[in-house]
Design a protein around this ligand. Structure first.
Ligand SMILES: CC(C)(COP(=O)(O)OP(=O)(O)OC[C@H]1O[C@@H](n2cnc3c(N)ncnc32)[C@H](O)[C@@H]1OP(=O)(O)O)[C@@H](O)C(=O)NCCC(=O)NCCS
Length: 151
């Protein structure tokens, strides 16, 4: 049910971006960049009811987007997308993300999925609102600690 995004998904993903993120939506060029860009993992629900994207750099995996069509929410789609993004992250120690302080559904989702607030970024969004930076430790973190302990 969860699969990698392809360029054939571009029109549907651009429309969903616009529906979910309005003024902050990625345009077609940006969505294409996220599908093709280095270090990216872009996954979709097969029926394109949801999608999620990470960018890995060094030991940090940034969760750049996760979104589900309103009519399909609270059915576990975002959870399954996140699970797929957590596969093969062993070389990284943390997953990070930014989320608006006013985005209660996303905050509820991230807290339910073991993310904690580690910082605040003022004036992060176009409307001037602030973002919370949230973090979740990955299995690679334990391995890195063990390696350090043995050095
Ligand atoms: C945040 C979002 C991706 C969650 O998607 P979803 O498919 O509904 O999430 P799931 O069904 O996997 O939810 C898993 C758990 O997260 C928590 N959760 C999800 N939505 C929630 C809400 N509105 N309020 C409180 N907790 C919520 C719950 O614990 C839920 O488990 P439950 O349904 O058994 O109670 C979705 O609301 C969304 O697309 N929002 C708009 C886009 C967005 O803001 N993305 C994040 C910023 S990039």
């Amino acid at each position: 049910m969860i699969r990698p995004a392809t360029l054939a998904d571009l029109p549907a993903l651009v429309a969903l971006e616009q529906e979910l993120f309005g003024d902050d939506a990625w345009n077609e060029a940006l969505v294409r960049q996220e599908i093709e860009g280095p270090g990216r993992k872009f996954v979709v629900a097969d029926d394109l009811s949801g999608y999620a994207v990470t960018m890995t750099a060094g030991d940090i995996v940034d969760l750049l987007r996760i979104g589900v069509r309103p009519s399909a929410r609270r059915t576990g789609i975002a959870s399954r997308l996140l699970e797929e993004l957590l596969v093969d992250t062993e070389s990284a120690s943390r997953m990070l993300l930014e989320v608006s302080v006013s985005n209660a559904p996303a905050l509820g989702f991230y807290v339910a999925r073991q993310f904690s607030v580690i910082d605040v970024r003022p004036h992060y969004y176009r409307d001037g609102s602030e973002a919370l930076v949230m973090c979740r430790w990955l299995p690679g973190a334990a391995r890195a600690e063990t390696a350090t302990a043995h050095d």
